[in-house]
Design a protein around this ligand. Structure first.
Ligand code: G3P
Ligand code: CA
Length: 394
């Protein structure tokens, strides 16, 4: 990258300030966060379950997080879906750009098998279903939502329209809102603020690669449409005073992606306001150990999730082999009754009581029913044959 002379000077200045400030911070500076320190599930509890699936979000809720993250892209028919990459290749059994699939086509893909066989069949999660599901379980649940690709401004428009329809445009500030918007693209946050001034925003960045960003980082402040700043953890480790500079201007600081307990403790000591993690259980312990987070009552997460969400096929209620019937979860679209044999071929993968994702629209039930009818028919024929044989002997 070629920088203009002014840009080079600003970056040099930033580096000098950082290096000059570092020794002071090494003297174990402990400062306060602006709010209770937040546990943000990065793509769900993605260390333990396939990212951006109901399994990962369910687990995150069980681990008592404050916020669920959704990376957001539009399908071809402009439905916002939770997925990180612009292509489906890494996290599904399909191939191609997310924007080339309709939602119906995305729903056909398996977003769990790449992670492990146990989660095979996990479905794409449309953002609206994520909201519906977890707000149903817990009306206090909060969502950190990242616009990944503005799609020429359509992503922001579609998103704001959706949030308006659901009454989620004006629910509070960075501290307590149901929705917090985030992006690496400052222009996307600007559009969101123009469309919905009451939606709080967080700007994501890794290192100050532009003169403009270097100035924001140095001064601890940016344009009006940015409420919070979200540097990656490496940027904070390099420049720990960055948190204090943003705090001095009233900006909350969230960081990503921290999965190591020692690093969590260090960042919590520095007064970070929120941490994205793939391991929300580790972060829960770290925050609870110092009593610096929200209370369990505020978080309001259910102790047990008794019902699944759309996309979760059902719960295993019997385990006798071929012909098993899996009961559907109570409510919501995408929940199906299964009488499925193959999926329980390895019983340890589907113990009784587990929510399973093996959605087979109709086909699964039909196959199972067919099998039951055939087995029943065979049994009837056997009994009749035996009776006839007995009559013959008689
Ligand atoms: O949104 C915080 C963090 O997730 C940013 O990085 O690439 O994981 O979306 P990425
Ligand atoms: Ca993200």
């Amino acid at each position: 990258m070629i920088l203009r002379p002014l840009a080079s000077m600003k970056l040099l200045l930033w580096t000098t300030v950082v290096l000059a400030g570092t020794p002071a911070v090494l003297q174990a500076q402990v400062s306060s966060s602006l709010s209770p320190q937040l546990n943000i599930a990065h793509r769900g509890a993605s260390a333990y379950a396939p990212e951006h699936t109901f399994f990962a979000y369910d687990l995150a809720m069980r681990m008592d997080v404050d916020m669920l993250e959704c990376d957001l892209l539009l399908s071809r028919d402009e439905v916002p879906v939770c997925i990180h990459d612009t292509s489906v290749d890494r996290t599904s059994d399909g191939s191609g750009a997310v924007s080339d699939f309709t939602l119906a086509e995305l729903r056909e893909l398996d977003f769990g098998g790449w992670f492990s066989e146990e989660f095979a069949g996990a479905r794409i999660v449309p953002f609206e279903e994520q909201l519906d599901c977890y707000l149903r379980h817990n009306p206090q649940m909060r969502f950190h939502v990242e616009t990944k690709d503005s799609a020429g401004g359509r992503a922001e428009e579609v998103l704001v329209e959706l949030l308006q329809r659901k009454g989620l445009l004006d629910t509070g500030d960075v501290n307590d809102s149901s929705i917090l918007m985030q992006s690496f693209d400052a222009g996307s946050l600007q559009r969101i603020k123009q469309l919905a001034p009451s939606l709080p925003t967080a700007f994501l960045f890794a290192a100050p690669t532009t003169p403009e960003l270097a100035l924001w980082v140095l001064s601890g402040s940016g344009p009006d449409y940015i409420d919070a700043f979200a540097p990656n953890s490496a940027a904070i480790l390099l420049d720990p005073l960055i948190i204090q500079r943003f705090h001095a201007n009233g900006h909350h600081v969230h960081t990503w992606t921290v999965n190591d307990r020692a690093q969590m403790d260090y960042l919590l000591d520095l007064g970070i306001d929120g941490i994205f993690t793939n391991n929300p259980d580790l972060l829960r312990e770290a925050i609870d150990a110092r009593g610096s987070g929200t209370t369990a009552a505020t978080r309001n997460n259910p102790v047990e999730l008794v019902s699944g969400c759309p996309g979760v096929a059902g719960r295993v209620v019997s385990q006798h082999g071929p012909g098993d019937v899996w009961a559907a979860n109570a409510d919501g679209p995408g929940v199906y009754l299964l009488a499925e044999a193959e999926s329980v071929a390895q019983p340890e993968q589907a113990p009784v009581g587990r929510d399973v994702a093996g959605v087979r629209r109709g086909g699964g039930s039909l196959d199972g029913l067919l099998m039951i009818v055939l087995l029943g028919g065979l049994r009837l024929l056997t009994v009749l044959a035996r009776l006839r044989a007995r009559d013959d002997v008689g």
